[in-house]
Design a protein around this ligand. Structure first.
Ligand code: AKG
Ligand code: FE2
Length: 401
């Protein structure tokens, strides 16, 4: 632990986790009704075009509710989530276990009126942006360090993941099991992005907290920056995730065989929730231990180390492992540097004692939340009880949204 930490990492269960543990002990029964959308001829089509409607007994509180449903036919489908379970809005596309969804969850979501409103707002803001160039995917290369571009270029041009060597990422470091860091963005980009965030927040346009635990910060996908971060994911980060958390045969020798680098669909990340978080002593001081609502998380420091004290990231083991609540490593953020880990690795931010820290976070998802269940298919326990086959029962997750 570094001296600047103002406290020990909280590795014991948080209140949120305790609540979830209680629910895990007593799965809540739900009734599930299937409604057909369109013609169904093949069994696969039936699954892929089915919408599941969930009626809850009891109060589901603020949880995200993933569940596995056993069909009368004996098949299984995954219902990824029900965000507001008691509203009429609970219908979600479901997909057959182990299959690609009919379309990515964010495409489905993007048809919603809320998303249309967000896109409109983003377009409106782009017109008054402080740094319009930030909003253009074609300019992305300007914000990445030449040495980073160099490391991903052979993969980009050949399409062969083996061409991307993790050890060639600038100043790459294996922090501890399952956690790698490397230099990525230019200082200029970090400064411009911070200015853009402050400019948006001063514009009076509406914004919402990036997730259920952070109150300050901004969802960048909702101010017109989504295309840029989609390009970053597709053109650069996907190659890195493939080599770290993709199929075993594609994993890089740099980490292959090390603990914590299982296949978590790193080669198929197709959606992202991208936001900035902000900590300062009189606002959010710390972030409680948690796992992310995603498969792979990329976290980039945006502020200079001299601008704040404390606020290190504390990492524990994977959700469901014996080390889940064991403190394994403390990471110090650096401006422009990325730390990447699986979403289900428990982590949190220690208290900040002075100054301000901001980070850019990309929660990346494999398909439609299938990654949540990936561990199950590969023999890794998903949580301490294991994702038992639930016949119309609910497992609660420690998810944030
Ligand atoms: O403060 C950080 O850098 C981590 C934030 C985080 O873990 C999250 O927003 O999910
Ligand atoms: Fe997180």
């Amino acid at each position: 632990m570094s001296e600047s930490n103002s406290g020990s990492p909280r590795v014991f269960p948080t209140e949120h986790e305790r609540k979830n543990d209680e629910f895990r002990g007593q799965p809540t029964p739900v009734s599930v009704r299937f409604r057909a959308l369109g013609a169904m001829t093949q069994p696969d089509e039936l699954v892929q075009r089915t919408v599941v409607q969930v009626d809850f007994d009891g109060d589901p509180a603020e949880g995200i509710v993933p569940y596995l449903v056993e069909l009368d036919s004996g098949g299984e489908v995954l219902a990824p989530k029900a965000q507001t379970p008691t509203s009429d809005d609970t219908a979600e596309l479901v997909v057959a276990a182990g299959q690609q969804p009919a379309e990515p969850w964010h495409v489905t979501q993007a048809r919603g009126s809320e998303q249309r409103e967000l896109r409109r707002r983003g377009m409106e803001y782009a017109g008054q942006a402080k740094h319009p160039a930030l909003f253009q995917p074609s300019q992305l290369h300007r914000w990445l360090l030449p040495s980073f571009l160099e490391a991903t270029s052979a993969w980009r041009s050949s399409g062969q993941p083996e061409q991307l060597q993790i050890r060639r990422l600038p100043n790459v470091r294996l922090e501890t099991e399952g956690i790698v860091s490397f230099d990525c963005f230019t200082q200029e980009f970090c400064k411009m992005l911070l200015e853009e965030v402050l400019n948006y927040q001063a514009s009076g346009l509406p914004s919402r907290p990036p997730n259920s635990m952070s109150n300050y910060g901004l969802v960048l996908n909702e101010i017109g920056l989504k295309p840029v971060f989609s390009a970053l994911l597709e053109e650069h980060l996907l190659g890195i995730a493939t080599r770290l958390f993709g199929p075993i045969e594609l994993q890089d020798a740099f980490t292959a065989g090390s603990q914590g680098f299982e296949h978590w669909g790193g080669d198929s990340l197709s959606a992202h929730h991208t936001f900035v978080v902000r900590y300062q002593p009189d606002e959010d001081r710390s972030l409680d231990m948690h796992v992310d609502e995603c498969d792979v998380t990329f976290n980039f420091g945006l502020t200079n180390s001299d601008d704040f004290r404390g606020s290190d990231l504390a990492f524990c083991g994977m959700l469901g492992s014996e080390e889940h609540r064991k403190h394994l490593h403390t990471y110090k953020h650096r401006c422009g540097r990325c730390v990447v880990h699986l979403g289900k690795r428990r982590h949190g931010a220690l208290a900040i004692s002075s100054g301000r820290r901001m980070s850019l976070i990309m929660w990346c998802r494999f398909g439609a939340f299938l990654g949540r269940f990936w561990g199950r298919e590969h023999g890794t326990p998903w949580d301490s009880m294991g994702p038992e086959k639930m016949h119309l029962q609910v497992h609660w997750s420690v998810g944030m949204q």
